[in-house]
Design a protein around this ligand. Structure first.
Ligand SMILES: Cc1cc2nc3c(=O)[nH]c(=O)nc-3n(C[C@H](O)[C@H](O)[C@H](O)COP(=O)(O)OP(=O)(O)OC[C@H]3O[C@@H](n4cnc5c(N)ncnc54)[C@H](O)[C@@H]3O)c2cc1C
Length: 499
């Protein structure tokens, strides 16, 4: 028997941050990861000389005293990560209507740069930026503060599109700007009818504060955290899938790959709650809780091209490009097969930069899981020729859209890897390959909210399904989860003392 104070399921960012906190606090911790590689969405992979990131392409608020920097200082990440600052006057470029619009770093600069293209929209831009700042100040942990703010729940129940529309009014220029401000909604799998305003505000606030790429790829985050956890006496086991969790007196018994058994007083599930519920022994899960979790809907999945490029032929972009084929920035996730892809997100990894050029390019678009459902019960590498044909056909369609802006694209490609929603199922175990897990709904926010503490004593959730996905959201979730064990005041003081 392997006995621990805490077993953490999965080795994604949330799990690793919890593992770091608790092992540092003297708990015996063991992280169980089903895959051969740790990190979940933090994984990078190599093809030839190129390193491709999969689920972290850029991070925000990493200047000293900004939110993520402050938290990641406690974890030793702020001091260690090799970062490259993105273009100050346009870290995200929204391409729409045959024009490029730049989202700049720094709130005043953000307003100034957009005012060049939207000279009559100054008032709307100022209202938008003020609303983003007000919203963030209602979520104290996003401001590196503790005092709770009741305005939080109002923002969570506010629909992003409706709210922004109310700020924009009827002016034609403001309405066009509204689409541009929504143009990076791939960041939160935006849905006009349901995306809560606070998601848009918290995510954009982080990147407008400052936007960065990871020079050596996102895997450096996982590598740093794992070596720290190990140094604190913790263990991280790969190829160890948790199959079942059962009660054992006042503890839990965990069965994993190869009938290996573990015992722990506490379990933290850093995996999708639907996956977690399905491995918990039914006798310890209340029926109502089971049905609530299982009935929650997930965000859409993605389709990706990871291209190796001929040297010196394609420019290194110090920004991300969000290209939209039409005028509706929110059309992407619901795009029908015959209209697909409708939009794409493009970025060049910092690790592939060679002077002004890049040797690698990553292009992602939305894809519904239904598109690959036929092959859901097939194994990686054994999905058959029809699956390969499907992937190639979609790659062609995506490249055809890319050609509109980059006519040379096909002639500069050396190699191509393709990912579909099934790839995400294989590598992160997320149901339907969902990008950001459970879909939060402004109209029913409480119903789509997952709390770190459950009604099962000693069983906790962490990761992107809690309050928010992405680096800051998952970091704050990890702090909320561990504060259920350590106490928030105590933990926050420790984090503050590290500044
Ligand atoms: C395409 C894409 C692009 C993104 N881009 C960005 C970005 O640029 N910036 C940003 O900040 N965020 C980005 N995100 C979001 C961010 O990557 C995620 O929110 C975050 O990394 C999720 O972390 P997590 O802890 O929830 O776990 P995950 O990364 O989902 O990891 C879960 C882990 O659990 C393991 N597991 C599952 N079941 C079991 C089991 N039964 N037993 C053992 N192990 C198990 C999985 O193998 C996996 O390793 C992106 C996400 C996607 C999908």
């Amino acid at each position: 028997m392997n006995r621990y104070d805490v077993i953490i399921i999965g080795s994604g960012l949330g799990s690793l941050l919890c593992g770091y906190i608790l092992s540092k606090e003297g708990f015996s911790v063991c992280i169980l990861e089903k895959h051969s590689v740790t990190g979940g969405c933090l994984q990078s992979f190599r093809r030839g000389d190129n390193t491709f990131d999969t689920g972290i392409h850029y991070i925000g608020s990493m200047l000293p005293d900004q939110t993520l920097h402050s938290y990641w200082k406690y974890f030793g990440l702020s001091q260690t990560l090799d970062l490259e600052r993105m273009n100050g006057d346009g870290f995200d470029v929204i391409s729409m209507d045959g024009r490029d619009y730049r989202l700049a770093q720094g709130f005043d600069n953000f307003v100034d740069q957009l005012a060049v293209d939207f000279p009559s929209s100054g008032d709307f831009l100022k209202l938008y930026v003020t609303a983003i700042k007000d919203t963030v100040s209602a979520f104290p942990l996003y401001n590196f503060e503790l005092t709770d703010n009741p305005a939080k729940t109002t923002w969570m129940g506010t629909n992003a599109w409706d709210f922004m529309s109310s700020l924009a009014g009827d002016s034609a220029e403001n309405r066009r700007l509204l689409e541009v401000l929504s143009g990076n909604n791939f960041l939160y799998a935006g849905r006009k009818s349901s995306t809560p305003w606070h998601q848009l505000a918290l995510i954009n606030h982080s990147f407008i504060s400052s936007a960065w790429r990871l020079k050596q790829g996102s895997m450096q985050i996982a590598e740093h955290l794992i070596s720290s956890i190990t140094a604190h006496g913790g263990r991280v086991l790969t190829r160890t899938e948790v199959k079942k969790i059962s009660p054992l007196k006042d503890k839990f018994q965990v069965s994993a790959t190869g009938d290996e058994m573990f015992v722990a007083s506490r379990i933290i599930a850093g995996i999708h709650p639907q996956s977690a519920i399905s491995i918990l022994e039914p006798s310890i899960v209340k029926r109502s809780f089971h049905s609530r979790i299982m009935s929650m809907e997930n965000t859409v999945s993605s389709f990706g091209l990871y291209l190796g490029l001929k040297p010196g032929r394609f420019p290194y972009l110090d920004y991300n490009l969000y290209y939209h084929a039409g005028k509706d920035a929110w059309a992407g996730p619901k795009c029908k097969a015959n209209e697909w892809p409708g939009m794409y997100f493009m970025y060049t990894p910092a690790s592939a930069k060679q002077g002004d050029h890049t040797t690698a390019l990553c292009i992602l678009s939305y894809m519904q899981f239904d598109e690959v459902k036929n092959w859901e019960n097939t194994g990686k590498g054994k999905r058959g020729l029809d699956y390969t044909a499907f992937k190639n056909e979609r790659a062609e369609k995506l490249l055809t859209l890319v050609e509109r802006k980059f006519p040379e694209i096909r002639s500069v490609i050396n190699s191509m890897e393709i990912s579909t929603p099934l790839t995400w199922c294989d590598y992160t175990g997320t149901p339907q390959g969902s990008m950001y897990g459970i879909r939060k709904e402004s109209g029913n926010y409480l119903k789509t909210m997952i709390l770190p503490r459950t009604k099962i004593p000693g069983f906790y959730f962490t990761g992107q399904n809690l309050n928010l996905h992405g680096a800051p959201g998952v970091t704050i979730s990890a702090i909320m989860t561990c504060s259920e064990i350590l106490g928030l005041d105590y933990l926050f003081k420790k984090i503050r003392d590290a500044q």
